[in-house]
Design a protein around this ligand. Sequence first.
Ligand code: WT7
Length: 634
Amino acid sequence: MTLQIKDLAEYEKVYAESIKDPEAFWAAQADTFTWRKKWDKIKECNFDDVNINWFVGGKLNITENCLDRHIPSRANKTALLWEPNNPDDEVISYTYQELLNAVCKAANMLKANGITKGDRIILYMPMVPELAIMVLACARIGAIHSVVFAGFSAQALADRTQDAQAKMIVCSDINRRGTKIIPVKAIVDEAVAIGCPSVETVLVHQIGQEDIAWNHTIDKWIHHEVKDMSEVCEAEEMDAEDMLFILYTSGSTGKPKGVVHTCGGYMVYTCFSFKNVFQYKEEDVYWCTADIGWITGHSYIIYGPLLAGATTVMFEGVPTYPDAGRFWNICAKHKITQFYTAPTAIRALMACGDHWPEEYDLSSIKVLGTVGEPINEEAWHWYNEKIGKKKAPIVDTWWQTETGGILITPLPGITDTKPCYASYPLPGIEPVLVDSEGELVEGNNVEGLLCINQAWPSMIRTTYGDHERCKNVYFKMFKGRYFTGDGARRDEDGRIRVIGRVDDVINVSGHRMGTAEVENAINEHPNVIESAVVGFPHEIKGQGIYAYIITDQKEAVFADFFNEIKQTVAKEIGPIAKPDDIMVVSGLPKTRSGKIMRSILRKIAANDASNLGDISTLLNPEIVTEIKKTKGIN
Ligand code: WT7
């Protein structure tokens, strides 16, 4: 069984050993899984040309480890428990045996539709069990899944489909979110019309009752296709370094990057981190509220929990439907033992009032988790007092799409917790702070750029179709280290507090947004000449999006124009990227070489006019005065 650390002394011992001899440590962890063939070598990792290989020569299938491996002892244990959008609809649960059967049927359906090992499949689906089943069905036959969050627009879906050269899109007819119905299949049709030439088949899972537009040459209903499929499907033998999935995420350029994870290392790390960070015990019922469209859903709704033989809960709906007590209602209804959510959700629910959690029995909760962005002190205390009743330690887990799993976090009941601090590294993880020259920032009570020194099993392998980009973004800046893009501080006891991005990435409600991506979308509006986007402090979302715009539109009132801009962004990316605030300006502050000074714009958006730096060297210093005036600050 995968190691589960029990106390502080064991953590300290295991951590020290894991850094001294990572190969021995990871070999012991990997040994607890089912391998078709054991590895020849634990790792071969080179950060210079980004050649990362774990469990070299090993052969496995991750779904054998998620499912088949548990059948002897957990066939009738609930693997997946699904709570519907509408609380009066039926809860659906799958035992390990039922989930294995469903995954095999779906895998056989993919094969019958011409999918073979190495093909890319886009999964564009709401939070229904069929999404988890399709993820695992792909992994079963060695097809590479790329889940695209169902809130993304047709354009964003088409871009990702093309980049991945996907042969198939799997979607649903609709998506139910609170009282809203989103026409998912119609968005797929639009993406196909924009141009997804590689797509041969669109498989559609039926949720609604209404007729939908149908393209007879490529569209197929899943319930027709799966009907006669066998419940047995031999798992494809995969190399430890074969691709498991691609997940697109934003960077500082306009083009989303396809983060690539592989089979062996991802398996070992997600299981190990899940068991330890959540201290999962056999009878526990674990719930992560993330969407499977993000890495959190991949690693800690599907793979980590299933690898550990856990009961994992999946929720279709939204935190405020039918009312702001929904999360707490679900916790009480299913006696949730570990609850993992995002600071933005905590802040939003905190604003709805204490009476919501007070209405429900939350005594089953043993561990609380947060992820995605720094959690502010006020929200941390509310979570601790109102939800955990000061009895459930909060694990503030820091990680990224690129890291595959949680790297820095308290261990509940084992290491201490401190508001705003992700705290301590997991075994095998060696975080360091460096300055902009790459010099190590040592000692405590210091700040720096957060890097990770040694390779770990679930780290990014490449950015799909563009290995140079992967090298440049993460490994070139500081030789021999992985650069996270985050700034961090280390306190007097060595705990790490992650402050936020130091690059042109905004974190909106825990969702990563590239400023260039949003600017490109805004610039699609015919009356926008140029734009600059920055993040600004937002009470609920953590960061909001502030857009400065140069336009040829001559109006005294811009309300309609601003709405059009927001609609343009929703169409190009999705509603989550809509700017919260827009200001029309006559120019943007630029350096003499023409670079937009976002640092100045960021301060002004935050109503902070102090320390704007030496603006006299700008190409157009007068514009700073104009923008400050429009914003009403001096
Ligand atoms: C970025 C990664 C990891 C899943 C969700 C987001 C920020 C993440 C924390 C935390 C402070 C955090 C970082 C990171 N972030 N967790 N506990 N405290 N910041 O994944 O979209 O890949 O974004 O989210 O800035 O770099 P992602």
